[in-house]
Design a protein around this ligand. Structure first.
Ligand code: ASP
Length: 364
């Protein structure tokens, strides 16, 4: 039998000093073996992060910080009224109120900050960054998060756009034919079908009402020195129960960054990601040597195994929703994967921002 003393001796021998409480950690067991001294900067994220990945690369190539790069990138989409999955224009909860979630992680300083159920602030990712930089906390929620945001100079604004209000009114009317809400006339400009599902693979397949809109933006970047940061920001699941928090602001679920290993973020059904500690799982798989794409696929397989509720399974017995992971490792290798085929992710490398097809577990 191995005694505790033997264990400590052996452990120290393989470099897990930190795990046994020694002062200097050294490389953790399983950190990627190959590390280039100079990395080609890469930004990777969700399909709607095309401008964000380009901005992140621009910032880090100009000598800016990796976290500033990704947050400036997603700020563009958060402020865009045309993107109904994030920030201003994001689809509201069942009361018609937009509640936003976001988290950030800064690899070199091991920093993390997050906000959940934040109302009235267009750029929750910037507030998450302020939580990280200006408080001793990691996660602020609801009214407290809003008060903190105002104290840092963020403006309270109405986040509902005409289009998002119209879609909520329509959804409310369609909920039941036994209430007093009438379905509005849907013809006319501004009422074009929502294209996120087709373009980015964001919507979830919902057994109750077809495709239930949702979306999120995730963006991760690694700079030339191998420093890494990431951000995830969202208005969450459309028509959610007020107060519901998804995976995006949960460190380890919708985002995880370990500066020794890489970064990962997610979009899709947050409940499934939270239950499997999704992004952290991907980082641990990469630490153990898997490529970003394989690590994402393996973490998705865990979600499939966890999905036992009949209401969440389709007629093939598989998850009736989608989850996407986006990852980059310490060497600048990147990948994206989803449960279902047809999703795409954004990447910027060597000066070119483009969308690539995500790997997947199942053909739609
Ligand atoms: N992951 C987000 C949430 O569950 C939604 C999404 O990405 O579509 O809040």
């Amino acid at each position: 039998m191995t005694s505790r003393r033997d264990f400590l001796k052996t452990s120290a021998g393989v470099g897990v000093g930190a795990a046994v409480g020694m002062g200097s950690a050294g490389p953790l067991l399983g950190a990627p073996a190959v590390r280039r001294s100079v990395v080609t900067p890469v930004a990777v994220g969700s399909g709607n992060a095309l401008e964000a990945v380009a901005t992140a690369i621009e910032v880090v190539n100009g000598g800016g910080d990796t976290l500033d790069g990704v947050v400036q990138g997603v700020n563009i989409v958060e402020r865009d009224p045309g993107d109904s999955s994030v920030g201003y224009g994001g689809l509201p909860n069942l009361d018609g109120v937009v509640q936003l979630d976001s988290s950030v992680m800064h690899g070199p300083s091991r920093g993390a900050g997050a906000v959940a159920c934040l109302e009235g602030i267009k750029t929750p990712s910037s507030v998450a960054m302020d939580v990280m930089r200006y408080t001793d906390h990691v996660l602020l929620v609801g009214k407290g998060a809003q008060r903190f945001a105002v104290s840092m100079g963020h403006q309270i604004e109405d986040l509902l756009t005409e289009s998002s209000r119209r879609r909520w009114i329509e959804w409310r009317a369609r909920m039941s034919d036994r209430d007093d809400y009438l379905v509005p006339d849907t013809a006319g400009p501004g009422n074009e079908p929502f294209e996120d599902e087709e373009t980015y693979g964001l919507g979830i397949l919902d057994s109750h009402d077809g495709v239930r809109p949702q979306g999120t933006i995730n963006c991760n970047v690694i700079n030339r020195d191998g420093d890494i940061s990431g951000v995830t920001t969202t208005s969450g699941l459309a028509w959610k129960v007020p107060g519901r928090v998804g995976d995006s602001p949960i460190v380890g679920a919708g985002l995880y960054v370990d500066n020794d290993v890489g970064a990962c973020g997610s979009t899709g059904r947050g409940e499934a990601v939270i239950k499997t500690c999704g992004s952290h799982t991907v980082i641990e798989m990469m630490r153990a040597g898997m490529s970003p794409t394989d690590a994402c696929l393996e973490a998705l397989r865990r979600i499939v195994t966890f999905t036992v509720e009949p209401r969440l399974r389709n007629d093939r017995g598989l998850p009736g929703f989608n989850v996407n992971y986006y990852a980059v490792n310490k060497n600048g290798e990147y990948g994206g994967a989803a449960i279902w085929s047809g999703a795409r992710f954004a990447v910027c490398v060597d000066g070119e921002a483009r969308r690539e097809t995500s790997a997947y577990l199942y053909e739609r």
